[in-house]
Design a protein around this ligand. Structure first.
Ligand code: APR
Length: 249
C-alpha cells in the first residue's frame, strides 16, 4: 500500500472535515463479489452490450430478454454483503469527515454498511414499479414470478413492471440534483472505484475545489486530482481510516 498517498489522503480529509462528499462506482463492490462494468475481461460490458440489455428500449422492445438477463445478472446482488471499503466510508461519515455518500451503484451496500446519507444517482435494486398504475413492489417479489411468468407483472392491473434503476435512456432521478447540491457545497470530492466514464454522473466528481481518487486502475481524471491512491478500495480506505484514527495528520 502506498503509505505516502494514504497519509496525503488522510491529511486532505482532515483539512476538509465535514465538507467532503464521496462518489462511488462499481469498483467498491467488486470485493463483495459483484463484477464491475469496464474492468478488462471481468467487467460486465466486456462480454455484453449494455444497450442491448439494460436500456429503456430493450425493456420495452424485448421485455422477456430484458428480465431474464436482469434476473441472471442482478438477482445475486440482492444477497451481497458490504466489504471493508463500504465499512470504512460509513466510518468516515459517522466520524464527521464525510457528509454525503453519492453512489452510481444500485446494490444498496452503503446502506447495509450503516451509511446514513446515501444518494443513489442510478437508482436501486430494492423495488420495481408498474409502468401503468405506478404501484411499487419489492424486487424479490417480482423476480419470484420468473421463470414461470415470462415477465413480472403488476398484481393490481396485470401490466408489466420495471426496475427502479436508471436504465440507459432514462432521465436522471431526483437523487442526481440532490447529489449536485451536495458536491457544490463541498470542498473535497473523494472518488472511489469508478472509471468516471459515464455522464452525467461523472460530472459530480468535478464540482468541488479538491478531488481525491481511490481506484485500482488509472482513470480519466487522475491528472486533476490532489491525491490518487492506486489500490483496492477495502485496503486503501481501511488504511486511511487507521491513519486518521491515530491522528498522524
Ligand atoms: N478497488 C478499487 N477500484 C476498483 C476495484 C477495487 N476492488 N475493482 C475495480 N475497480 C475499479 C476499476 O479499475 C474501474 O476503473 O473501479 C472502476 C469501475 O469502473 P466501471 O466498471 O466503469 O464502473 P462505474 O464507473 O461505476 O460505471 C459507471 O456505468 O454502466 C454504467 O450504470 C452503470 O453505474 C454504472 C456506470
Amino acid at each position: 500500500m502506498q503509505q505516502t498517498e494514504v497519509r496525503a489522503l488522510a491529511q486532505l480529509l482532515n483539512r476538509h472535515r465535514g465538507r467532503t462528499a464521496v462518489f462511488t462506482g462499481a469498483g467498491i463492490s467488486t470485493e463483495s463479489g459483484i463484477p464491475d462494468f469496464r474492468s478488462p475481461g471481468t467487467g460486465l460490458w466486456s462480454h455484453i452490450d449494455p444497450m442491448e440489455y439494460l436500456s429503456v428500449d430493450a425493456l420495452y422492445a424485448r421485455p422477456q430478454t430484458f428480465w431474464r438477463y436482469f434476473d441472471q445478472v442482478f438477482g445475486p446482488t440482492l444477497d451481497a454483503e458490504p466489504n471493508a471499503g463500504h465499512i470504512a466510508l460509513a466510518t468516515l461519515e459517522q466520524s464527521g469527515y464525510v457528509h454525503t455518500i453519492i453512489t452510481q451503484n444500485i446494490d444498496g451496500l452503503h446502506q447495509k454498511a450503516e451509511a446514513q446519507n446515501v444518494l443513489e444517482v442510478h437508482g436501486h435494486l430494492r423495488t420495481v414499479h408498474c409502468r401503468s398504475c405506478g404501484r411499487t413492489y419489492p424486487m424479490q417479489q417480482a423476480l419470484e414470478q420468473l421463470p414461470k411468468e415470462p415477465v413480472p407483472r403488476c398484481e393490481q392491473c396485470g401490466k408489466t413492471v420495471r426496475p427502479d434503476v436508471v436504465l440507459f435512456g432514462d432521465m436522471m432521478p431526483h437523487a442526481f440534483s440532490q447529489a449536485l447540491q451536495a458536491v457544490e457545497r463541498s470542498q473535497l470530492v473523494l472518488v472511489v472505484g469508478s472509471s468516471l466514464t459515464v455522464s452525467p454522473a461523472n460530472t459530480l466528481a468535478f464540482q468541488a475545489p479538491h478531488l481525491a481518487i481511490v481506484n485500482r486502475d488509472p482513470t480519466l481524471a487522475d491528472r486533476r486530482a490532489d491525491v490518487v491512491l492506486y489500490g483496492t478500495a477495502g485496503e486503501a480506505l481501511t488504511a486511511v481510516v487507521e491513519e486518521l484514527a491515530i491522528g498522524h495528520q
